[in-house]
Design a protein around this ligand. Structure first.
Ligand SMILES: [Zn+2]
Length: 120
């Protein structure tokens, strides 16, 4: 029996919370094709746009030869080649969900603020 769509999406959301992963990593963890993971991520992004407790983040793809960062890219798939040096060694985009929970998150943000103060 196939896994219900909604369950896959919930699994993906769980796997992304507090960390970042590529769609290939997610495909291996959930056991569905990478294409399908990208489909689900598209839906997740839409539903999390209205979610005040969590935020979806995307680390852009990076060229491993010239360090070009695909900042403007909105698509979830890996670019096939670098527009600057034409290399095909491009790292895939990575995705994550940041919980914006005030209860468990307050300690961490306080630590971050302190370490930033020390640096400046
Ligand atoms: Zn490049």
């Amino acid at each position: 029996m196939p896994i219900p769509e909604l369950t896959i999406r919930q699994r993906l959301a769980e796997l992304l919370t507090g960390t970042v992963r590529s769609s290939r990593q997610l495909a291996e963890l959930v056991g569905v094709p990478e294409r399908q993971v990208e489909d689900h991520l598209g839906h997740l992004i839409k539903s999390l746009a209205r979610d005040r407790a969590r935020r979806f983040v995307m680390e852009p793809p990076v060229c491993q030869d010239c360090s070009f960062v695909f900042r403007e890219r909105r698509r979830l798939t890996k670019p096939s080649r670098c527009p600057r040096c034409r290399s095909e060694a491009v790292s895939p985009p990575r995705f994550g969900i940041i919980p914006l929970c005030s209860i468990s998150g307050s300690d961490n943000s306080a630590t971050d603020a302190r370490s930033l103060d020390r640096r400046s």
